[in-house]
Design a protein. Structure first.
Length: 241
């Protein structure tokens, strides 16, 4: 394939894609529906013209029949008056009126057949338009629901990405908290072990240990004193104060 041919196909594909993006299904369905309605209105106008012509022929047929009837009556009257010549003229007029009536009837039959076909076509077209209207509304509703679902899915995908970033942030923060807690525990242990000295406490490690022993001894002595007091009260039968 030549370069120009490939360029033409590429341009055609791009144009088709662009037109597909511009084309909205709901608008195209409504446009098709409007075209069907326009076609129905055109059919009704044509049917009205045909029916009008049919009625006109029926009036002309009735007039021709009246002319024939009147001519026959004139022929009878002429014969009664012994005017055979006038009777012959009247009968000739009757035949002309009957021939006209027959010609009008033939035309009327053709018009009536066309009117019947148009009425049948109009009824079918109305049924088809109603079916299309129902299908159109269903398709529009389905498309709107699918479009909403796509938007919701896109929104949820965006939220998911955001939550993924939040999760990473939470994990990093948790790691830092654990590191800080471990550091605090280590520092406390170092302070208690005396490796790290409190700058506000000027005592030596031995002094701190002796102070701890004195405090423990005082606690033990106070505990033994309380036990003794409680024990002597129970022996005397008196409740301890």
């Amino acid at each position: 394939m030549s370069i120009l041919g490939r360029m033409a196909e590429l341009l055609q594909a791009k144009t088709h894609k662009f037109l597909s993006q511009l084309e909205k299904p709901e608008e195209m369905l409504d446009l098709s529906y409007e075209k069907l309605l326009s076609g129905l209105q055109e059919t009704k106008r044509h049917l009205a013209d045909v029916v009008t012509e049919q009625k006109a022929l029926e009036r002309q047929m009735a007039a021709a029949q009246q002319d024939a009837t009147r001519a026959e009556a004139d022929a009878r009257t002429s014969l009664q008056a012994r005017r055979e010549d006038l009777a012959r003229t009247a009968l000739a007029q009757k035949q002309a009126a009957l021939q006209k009536h027959d010609a009008l009837r033939q035309a009327h039959d053709v018009i009536a057949t066309e009117a019947s076909k148009l009425i049948e076509y109009q009824n079918k077209l109305e049924q088809r338009i109603e079916q299309f209207r129902t299908q159109k509304e269903v398709m529009k509703s389905t498309y709107a629901a699918a479009q909403a679902q796509v938007k919701v899915t896109e929104s949820l995908s965006g939220i998911g990405r955001d939550l993924g970033n939040v999760g990473d942030t939470m994990r990093r923060a948790g790691d830092k908290v654990e590191q800080m807690q471990a550091r605090a525990d280590a520092m406390e242990g170092l302070v208690e072990s005396g490796v790290l000295a409190d700058p506000l406490d000027g005592r030596t490690a031995a002094e701190k240990e002796l102070a701890g022993l004195r405090s423990q001894t005082a606690v033990d002595a106070e505990l033994e004193k309380l036990k003794a007091e409680l024990g002597s009260g129970a022996k005397d039968g008196k409740p301890a104060a």
